[in-house]
Design a protein around this ligand. Structure first.
Ligand code: FE
Ligand code: CA
Length: 534
C-alpha cells in the first residue's frame, strides 16, 4: 500500500462510519440526518444516469438508480438511502416546481422513481437527484399538452434492439440533435446473451442474464453508456419490452430457447420484469403486484394523449401471447411455418395481445378523438411472405404467426373509424415501411393506415438487401425496406400531415460515426397513402 492508498483507505473508513451513523437514523426517522447533506462519496453514486418517462399532461416519472458499487463502497449495503429529487423551471434550480425525498432500498436495487403530478401542461422542466453531497447530472423533460389542446406538432423518435456487443450507441448522440418531444422505445433494450467473442465489438460482462442479480447487472452495463444516458436525460421516453429483456423468443408463460434451460421459467420472468422496473422511468402501480409477489404479471401497455393531435398507444405483444405455432419437434421459441400445413395457425382463439389488452385497446379506439392514433408495438404488423419463389412461408414469431389476432386489431381500427392509424414497430433489425391492408388475404384490399417498422440501434439484420428487395416484390403493400443500416426513425406529426425520416448511422461499430438520412416519407391526414419524398 502506498502512502496515498493508505490515506484513501483511512478516509473511506471514516466516511463509512459517518454514513452508517446517518443511515441508521435514516432508517429510524425515514428522513435524512442533519449531516447527510455534507456526506461525500468515493465516486458519484449517480453514474447510471437519470431518465424521465410515462409523461401525461400534468405528470412525469423521474428515474435514477444509485450505483451499487458506490453504495457498497460507502458501507451502505442493506440499508435505505434517502435521495432527494428536484424538478425546476430553470437549469440553475432557482425556481423549484416540485421536490421530495425518496428512500431508495436494496430490495429494489436502490432505484428511485419519483412520480410527479400536478404540473403545468405542455411545459418543459429540468430535474436532478441529490444524495448527501452528490448531485446527478441535470435532465430535461416535458409534460404533454392538455387533453383539449391543439398542439401544432409532435416530434418523436422510435428505436429498438440495442445488443451491447453488436456496436456502439452513437445513434443516440445524433438523436440529441433532433429536437424531440419524446422517444418511443419498442423492445430489446438489452439482450440476455453472454459475450460472443471474438465477434463482439465490446464485451458483455457477466455471462447469461437469468436471475434478478444478473438482470440488474446487465441493465447497469447498458446504463453505463454515455450516449444512451445523454438521450435519456434529454427527453421523456415511453418504453416497452420485447423478448430479450427476459429470454429470446419466449411467449407469455412459455420459455424461449436461449441458454441452459432454467427449471422455473416464471421465476426467471418475474426477476426480469422486476429488473426492468428498477431501471426504467415507469409507474409503480403497474408493477406493484409483481414486486409484492402477488402476481406474475406487470403492466406496460397503456395510452398517452398529446392533446387532440395524437394519442400514443404502447402495446405489449410478449407477456400475454400464445406460444408460437407449429415449431418443429415441439421445440419452444420461433421458426418459420407453411400455413397450408399448420392448422392451428388460423385458430381464432389464438392471441398476441391477450383478451384483456385487446378489449382495452378497442375501447380506447372507440373513445379516441385524436387526429393521429399512433400504435407503438414490438414487431412488424404487415404480412410478409418470406418465400420469394412462389410458395408461402411466414415467421411464426410476429403478427404473421397470429393472423386472426392481427385481423381483429385491423377490424377494430375499421369498426371504430379510428382516424389515421400509424403503427410503429421494432424487432426486425431492418427498416420496413408499408400500408396496413384491411385484409391481407386480399392483396387488392384498401389501405387503412400506415406502418413504420424501425431498424435497430445496434443489433444485426437477419437478411441482406438482395433478399429484402425480393421480399418487397412479393409483398407489395410494403413500399420500402432497408437491411444495411442501424439507426432510428423520427416522425413529426402536424395537423395536415406526418413526416417520417429514417436516420442511419454510417457505421454502428464506430462510436463516433456520422449519420445520414436514408429515406423520408409523408402521409397526408385522412389519406393512408405513403409518399416517398427523399
Ligand atoms: Fe432485437
Ligand atoms: Ca425481439
Amino acid at each position: 500500500m502506498t502512502q496515498t492508498d493508505t490515506r484513501i483507505a483511512t478516509a473511506s473508513i471514516r466516511r463509512r462510519q459517518i454514513i452508517q451513523g446517518i443511515a441508521s437514523s435514516v432508517t429510524l426517522l425515514g428522513l435524512p440526518g442533519t449531516n447527510w447533506g455534507k456526506q461525500s462519496w468515493a465516486s458519484n453514486p449517480f453514474s447510471l444516469g437519470v431518465a424521465s418517462g410515462a409523461p401525461t399532461h400534468d405528470g412525469i416519472v423521474l428515474w435514477t438508480r444509485l450505483d451499487p458499487v458506490c453504495v457498497e463502497a460507502a458501507g451502505l449495503n442493506g440499508q435505505a438511502v434517502p435521495v432527494t429529487w428536484q424538478l425546476a423551471h430553470d437549469a440553475q434550480f432557482s425556481r423549484i416546481a416540485a421536490q421530495g425525498v425518496i428512500q431508495s432500498v436494496p430490495a429494489l436495487a436502490y432505484s428511485v422513481h419519483a412520480e410527479v403530478s400536478g404540473l403545468a401542461s405542455d411545459h418543459h422542466y429540468f430535474y436532478r437527484f441529490l444524495a448527501g453531497s452528490a448531485s446527478s447530472t441535470t435532465g430535461k423533460t416535458r409534460t404533454f399538452p392538455a387533453p383539449e389542446a391543439r398542439p401544432k406538432s409532435l416530434r418523436l423518435a422510435y428505436a429498438s434492439c440495442q445488443q451491447w456487443g453488436n456496436g456502439f450507441y452513437g445513434a443516440y448522440r445524433h438523436m440529441l440533435d433532433e429536437n424531440l418531444d419524446m422517444v418511443m422505445y419498442l423492445g430489446d433494450y438489452m439482450y440476455e446473451y453472454p459475450s460472443s467473442r471474438p465477434k463482439d465489438i465490446r464485451p458483455t460482462t457477466g455471462g447469461w442474464a437469468n436471475t434478478l442479480e444478473t438482470y440488474r447487472q446487465r441493465y447497469a452495463l447498458h446504463k453505463s453508456d454515455p450516449d444512451l444516458q445523454a438521450m435519456h436525460a434529454a427527453a421523456p421516453w415511453l418504453i416497452a419490452w420485447d423478448d430479450h429483456e427476459v429470454q429470446n423468443d419466449y411467449a407469455g408463460t412459455q420459455k424461449g430457447n436461449s441458454g441452459r434451460p432454467i427449471d422455473d421459467f416464471m421465476a426467471r420472468r418475474r426477476a426480469a420484469y422486476q429488473a426492468f422496473y428498477e431501471h426504467m422511468p415507469v409507474r409503480r402501480t403497474n408493477f406493484e403486484a409483481l414486486i409484492s409477489e402477488h402476481s406474475d404479471n406487470a403492466k406496460i401497455f397503456g395510452s398517452s394523449r398529446f392533446g387532440q393531435l395524437a394519442t400514443l398507444y404502447l402495446l405489449d405483444t410478449r407477456q400475454y401471447r400464445d406460444p408460437q405455432a407449429c415449431n418443429p419437434n415441439n421445440k419452444t421459441g420461433s421458426s418459420q411455418l407453411d400455413p397450408s400445413s399448420c392448422a392451428i395457425w388460423n385458430d381464432p382463439q389464438r392471441t398476441l395481445l391477450g383478451s384483456q389488452q385487446e378489449n382495452w385497446l378497442k375501447r380506447e379506439f372507440e373513445s379516441s378523438s385524436a387526429q393521429w392514433n399512433v400504435i407503438g408495438q414490438q414487431t412488424l404488423l404487415g404480412q410478409r411472405n418470406l418465400d420469394t419463389q412462389g410458395g408461402v412461408r411466414f415467421s411464426n414469431n410476429g403478427w404473421d404467426g397470429y393472423p386472426r389476432a392481427r385481423q381483429r386489431l385491423i377490424d377494430a381500427m375499421i369498426q371504430t373509424k379510428l382516424r389515421n392509424p400509424v403503427v410503429i414497430g421494432g424487432d426486425m433489425h431492418e427498416n420496413w415501411v408499408g400500408h396496413i391492408l384491411s385484409d391481407y388475404k386480399v392483396p387488392t384490399s384498401t389501405s387503412v393506415g400506415v406502418e413504420f417498422c424501425g431498424t435497430s440501434i445496434t443489433s444485426l439484420a437477419h437478411i441482406n438487401q438482395e433478399k429484402a428487395n425480393e421480399m418487397l416484390r412479393v409483398n407489395p403493400h410494403f413500399i420500402f425496406a432497408d437491411t444495411e443500416y442501424r439507426g432510428y426513425g423520427v416522425v413529426e406529426f402536424t395537423p395536415n400531415r406526418l413526416r417520417t425520416t429514417l436516420r442511419a448511422v454510417d457505421d454502428a461499430t464506430n462510436p463516433r460515426s456520422a449519420i445520414h438520412t436514408l429515406a423520408e416519407f409523408t402521409v397526408e391526414s385522412d389519406k393512408p397513402q405513403i409518399q416517398k419524398v427523399g
